[in-house]
Ligand binder design. Structure first.
Ligand SMILES: [Zn+2]
Length: 199
């Protein structure tokens, strides 16, 4: 399955504020200047990023790069992003421990319903194309795909960037006897060079 997801983020960034008639702190865009982004294309392991963010500063950083979770422009409660981050991190933990019944019930309760699905037969191997309505759905779909294809994510030992590995990602999972993973060949060579320089 492929995920076709175009989203929007504010070109002038976001801030957190209390607003009249809204409960709790809200993340709001600084202006109406929206630009198109493709969060799942620009980062293959966005679900790991959201699972690790915990502070207001990190929320702002996340939405400035990938946009809000549930809609493009309206204020979004900080609670939405913090509870989503917690859900995803619990689900990744359940996945790592192979607790599939827990994942199933959580996933099916999440707001992934009503996704547009298309069948594309224009290529030699036809595929299903999912078109999520918002970033929250897109990340849940990415999670579902990870589970069914037995994918994983690894962190680069040099730049600490997460990337997806396994079937359909273009990257192999790290072999058991290898301790470090790298996002690219250049970073593997760079770390070797730095480490060698120290001794
Ligand atoms: Zn790297």
């Amino acid at each position: 399955m492929k995920i076709n997801f175009k989203w929007y983020r504010c070109a002038d960034g976001y801030e957190i504020r209390e607003l009249p008639n809204y409960e709790g702190p809200q993340i709001i865009s600084r202006s109406d200047r929206m630009e198109i982004c493709r969060p799942l294309d620009s980062h293959s392991a966005i679900l790991r990023i959201i699972s690790e963010i915990e502070t207001f500063d990190n929320y702002i950083k996340f939405v400035s790069i990938y946009g809000l979770l549930t809609h493009r422009t309206k204020p979004e409660s900080v609670k939405i992003i913090s509870s989503f981050s917690k859900n995803i991190s619990e689900m990744i933990e359940a996945y790592d421990k192979k607790k599939f019944n827990l994942i199933e019930s959580y996933f099916n309760q999440s707001k992934v319903c009503k996704i547009n699905l298309k069948l594309d037969t224009s290529l030699a191997s036809p595929y299903l194309l999912a078109e999520p309505e918002n970033l929250l759905q897109a990340i849940w779909i990415q999670f579902g795909v990870m589970v069914i294809l037995n994918q994983g994510q690894e962190k680069c030992a040099l730049c600490q960037k997460w990337f997806a590995v396994g079937l359909g990602t273009g990257r192999r999972k790290m072999r058991r006897n290898i301790k470090k993973s790298f996002c690219c060949g250049a970073h593997a060579r760079r770390l070797e060079y730095i480490t060698r320089g120290k001794y």
